[in-house]
Ligand binder design. Structure first.
Ligand code: ADP
Ligand code: MG
Ligand code: MG
Ligand code: MG
Length: 386
């Protein structure tokens, strides 16, 4: 039977599962941020061995209210981590155990790394971040697509990763609510005129609706579904992607778009002269993605990949999608329900300036997405500064 774990029975569970030696001296702390899930860190004080137990809660705490939310997302998360591990084990935590009834995933403790968002806010560069995320996205996308696996097998995976409740959160909070006067939105009163202009922007709303349709209908590759910089642990040498509870089959550009958007939001939080490392990350992620995806394609034994001539189309569509999805993510993180610390931690005047910039940038990313080569993103940031 499901019940939320306490620190004490998380320890009891770890012992029962035989995850530590008999003589272990265990301590446990709940370290999650507590909106959707519990995250317990259990340490053997004798050896410093440690594990993480993540448990889904049957509701999400959103602005004080509780929304019921399926526990199945814990199973989606552990299955996605295992699927990703079969292609890129170096970029995900090891999963030691999972239990559908308890809605838990027991996994490798990554506390020696830092959440990338926090590090980027502190001014860290994480020199390998883009190379690793480019490879992560390319390989997980390719090998879960119809070009990297048997098409009948792929249909089974599409079914396995049907994730309607979590997708609905994205459909509403990313693609709909920010473009209308919806009560989930949240922004500084000083931004009201800018936001009302956005709500009246029919061209923008039509383009965002097209992107939403892609998200709803294009079952192309297995996506992480929530690949912002808070879902990435990093150091100078290592990168690990966590938290794929939103995983589902969707358009190839979605994960790249969310990642780009969160790099851009960090860039906007900085002085102009400090933004270059973020633009470099965006361009390098894209380059590595294209190179890796192309190599996977050329090496593929899948008959369909060998008789298909659409590699170039897939790559160019992926960029258009990524830029459009990035625009949606930039806007929703500015005025929607869930914000980013990169902007929210700025003092008011700088915050307002950065958020106005984000709204202009997000709009142009969406409406110009078909005409922007990757290096044009940097120029667009400059052009939308005022
Ligand atoms: P949520 O889905 O609630 O956002 P996350 O999986 O993002 O949960 O985890 C929330 C926080 O818990 C992370 O920001 C990180 O601080 C911590 N955490 C999660 N997984 C691990 C891990 N494998 N190792 C160390 N810390 C972790
Ligand atoms: Mg969280
Ligand atoms: Mg998270
Ligand atoms: Mg999550």
């Amino acid at each position: 039977m499901y019940e939320p774990l306490t620190e004490q029975n998380a320890v009891a569970l770890a012992i029962r599962l035989g995850l530590f030696q008999e003589d272990a001296l265990l301590s446990c702390q709940e370290i999650g941020d507590g909106n959707l899930n519990l995250v317990f860190r259990i340490v053997n004080e004798r050896t410093n061995d440690s594990i993480i137990i993540k448990q889904a809660l049957p509701y999400a705490k959103v602005v004080g209210e509780s929304w019921p939310l399926t526990l199945k997302r814990a199973t989606i998360e552990s299955q996605a981590l295992r699927t990703f591990a079969s292609y890129v084990p170096q970029y995900v935590p090891k999963v030691y155990y999972s239990d559908e009834t308890l809605a838990i995933t027991v996994m490798e403790d990554l506390s020696h790394l830092q959440i990338a968002r926090r590090g980027l806010i502190e001014g860290k560069t994480f020199p390998k971040l883009s190379e690793h995320i480019g490879e992560f996205v390319a390989k997980t996308a390719f090998y879960t697509s119809d070009f990297g696996m048997n098409q009948q097998q792929k249909k089974k995976l599409v079914q396995q990763f049907t994730n309607p409740e979590l997708c609905k959160i994205t459909e509403d909070l990313v693609f709909t609510d920010p473009f209308f006067d919806h009560d989930t939105n949240s922004f500084e009163t000083e931004l009201r005129a800018d936001v009302e202009r956005l709500w009246q922007d029919d061209e923008l709303k039509r383009e965002a609706a097209k992107l939403k349709r892609l998200f709803l209908t294009k079952a192309d590759v297995l996506l992480h579904g929530d690949l912002h910089t808070g879902s990435i642990f990093a150091s100078d040498d290592d990168t690990k992607v966590i938290d794929p509870e939103f995983a589902f089959y969707g358009p190839i550009g979605f994960d790249l778009g969310q990642f780009f958007a969160n790099l851009l939001l960090n860039a906007l939080s900085r002085h102009e002269s400090e933004r270059e490392p973020l633009f470099t990350h965006i361009e390098k992620t894209w380059d590595v993605f294209v190179r890796t995806f192309t190599t996977c394609w050329q090496e593929s034994n899948e008959p369909y990949a060998r008789v298909s001539f659409v590699l170039d189309d897939i790559v160019s569509d992926a960029l258009v999608e990524a830029i459009g999805f990035a625009g949606c993510e930039v806007i929703r993180r500015t005025i929607g329900l869930a914000h980013v610390a990169d902007l929210d931690e700025l003092p008011l005047e700088r915050r307002l300036e950065a958020k106005r910039h984000a709204l202009r940038l997000g709009r142009e990313l969406i409406v110009q997405r078909e005409h922007l080569p990757i290096h044009a993103i940097k120029r667009l940031v400059e052009q939308t500064a005022h």
